[in-house]
Write a protein of this length. Structure first.
Length: 155
């Protein structure tokens, strides 16, 4: 705690005026980040943006702190919280009706694939643009891996 407050430029008593402990601070940061990303997602939906724009806006809004929390040293429950907030919003862009057989499994699959791509993108220092990663994700969701490969003429 001493190191944390020293680096932030505050003393310990100031920290304890606002937070119970470091877990309370972490929850606050996570809530704030999830709220920001969810607000962007909801704005995209209210503006009736197409799926590619929805994902592009959401991924662009996911700043460095989110990737730190999603990474190997982050809070393991954070990914579950992000998924719980974003899956209901993103699932409307999955090209399958919600009452279809195994819809929940399809949503879980797409969700895991997207977060996997985002993690890789971040690990690769965002070596492609947000538009490119968004388009890649959308193409994989709509056409699958085989459709993506065949579309590239590499099969």
């Amino acid at each position: 705690m001493s190191e944390l407050t020293r680096r932030a430029g505050y003393n310990r008593s100031t920290f304890y005026e606002y937070f119970l402990d470091t877990d309370d601070l972490l929850s606050y940061v996570e809530d704030k980040l999830i709220g920001e990303v969810k607000a962007v997602a909801q704005k995209s939906m209210s503006d009736e943006k197409p799926p590619t724009e929805f994902f592009r806006m959401v991924f662009t809004a996911m700043n460095e702190e989110i990737y730190i929390l999603l990474g190997p040293n982050g809070d393991s429950s954070f990914l579950s919280r992000v998924r719980a907030e974003l899956i209901p919003l993103a699932s409307q862009y999955i090209p399958v009706r919600p009452d279809s057989e195994n819809f929940d499994y399809l949503v879980a699959f797409v969700n895991s694939a997207m977060f996997g791509l985002l993690e890789r993108w971040h690990e690769n220092n965002k070596d492609i643009s947000p538009e490119e990663i968004s388009d890649l994700m959308q193409n994989l969701v709509s056409g699958g891996v085989r459709g993506y490969i065949e579309g590239k003429g590499s099969m």
